[in-house]
Ligand binder design. Structure first.
Ligand SMILES: Cc1cc2nc3c(=O)[nH]c(=O)nc-3n(C[C@H](O)[C@H](O)[C@H](O)COP(=O)(O)OP(=O)(O)OC[C@H]3O[C@@H](n4cnc5c(N)ncnc54)[C@H](O)[C@@H]3O)c2cc1C
Length: 286
């Protein structure tokens, strides 16, 4: 698999924050000006983000590109990232208001391939919905991404199955609704949608579907594993996007490796940053 090109083509530089707003509990959307990344990114790719002039934390953090916002002339200009506050960097990031500087490199990773899908079923857990807004817009024919813009055959339907701890943590549901995505929600405490696991939503969606389904999934590993098992039982193709912690994002440090099986059933370590983060579910050794 050719991998080097993802990192080789990454842009690296300082960017200016345009806005940084709360979108759900402990969850923010930061928008920064970066036409170099906005023009080239495709759904499922990510950026490494580092707080400029800050040595603690020293390392950047991987964050999926949520979407691209155009300038007044309609050209891809801003990059949007949605992040959940879990630790040092994400906590400090909430204080980077408009005008602050960030260090960024990307776009990185393989992202989702433009495989035709009649009904795309996106399964997200926790903050795992972030790679899916741009993917949905692409499959619904609203936007193109990449340079040159890649063409994706239009899907009949795109469904988001999205689960979180409770209703306060569900972020960006309105963005998906506005994009024309069919939404199925679940919460662990039953405060909104199905009371239970997001993976329990998949089978009814597939059973009721008038079209063949393809599944894409992002979230915590136990959820990815459960989704992979459902997909296997239903005989459906499934891609998972891994959220392995990583240090460089460029394929150098090997801190993000994951056991991935080859076609003969043997496994080897693959780097989530340059050989992923998107893998075929059946290839991942959970
Ligand atoms: C390709 C990719 C895309 C991602 N996209 C997003 C996104 O769009 N939005 C978002 O909020 N997060 C995303 N993440 C996860 C994000 O990178 C981490 O939450 C972030 O690095 C935490 O940094 P921190 O300094 O705030 O926390 P730290 O201080 O580094 O860690 C705080 C706590 O979180 C745990 N932790 C750190 N990273 C992870 C992780 N990846 N998974 C599980 N636990 C972790 C640590 O073990 C620790 O307990 C993505 C990860 C990857 C690999």
């Amino acid at each position: 698999m050719a991998t080097a090109h993802y990192a080789d083509q990454a842009w690296h530089g300082a960017v200016t924050v345009a806005e940084n707003v709360a979108v759900a509990r402990d969850t923010y959307r930061v928008r920064f000006a970066c036409p170099e990344i906005a023009r080239r990114v495709t759904p499922g790719q990510f950026v490494m983000l580092r707080l400029a002039q800050c040595n603690d934390p020293l390392l950047g953090r991987p964050l999926a590109v949520y979407d691209v916002t155009p300038d007044e002339a309609g050209r891809p200009y801003f990059v949007d990232v949605v992040y959940l506050v879990v630790g040092k960097m994400t906590r400090l990031l909430t204080e980077f208001f408009a005008g602050s500087r960030l260090e960024v490199w990307g776009p990185l990773g393989n992202g989702f391939p433009p495989t035709p899908a009649e009904h795309l079923v996106m399964v997200a857990g926790g903050i795992g919905q972030t790679p899916f807004l741009s993917l949905a817009r692409e499959y619904l024919g609203q936007r193109t991404y990449g340079d040159p813009p890649r063409q994706v055959p239009r899907a009949h339907r795109v469904t988001l199955c999205y689960g979180a701890k409770n209703a306060e943590y569900l972020a960006g549901v309105e963005d998906f609704r506005k994009a024309g995505v069919t939404i199925q929600l679940s919460t662990d405490d039953g405060s909104l949608g199905h009371h239970g696991l997001v993976t329990e939503l998949i089978e009814p969606v597939v059973e009721r579907s008038a079209w063949p389904c393809r599944i894409v999934c992002c979230g915590p590993e136990p959820m990815l594993q459960a989704t992979a098992a459902v997909a296997e039982r239903l005989g459906l193709p499934c891609l998972v996007s891994l959220e392995s912690p990583m240090a460089c994002g460029l394929g150098v440090c090997f801190s993000c490796v994951k056991k991935i099986r080859d076609r003969e059933g043997n496994w080897d370590y693959r780097r989530t940053c340059v050989e992923g983060p998107v893998f075929r579910a059946e290839d991942v050794e959970f």
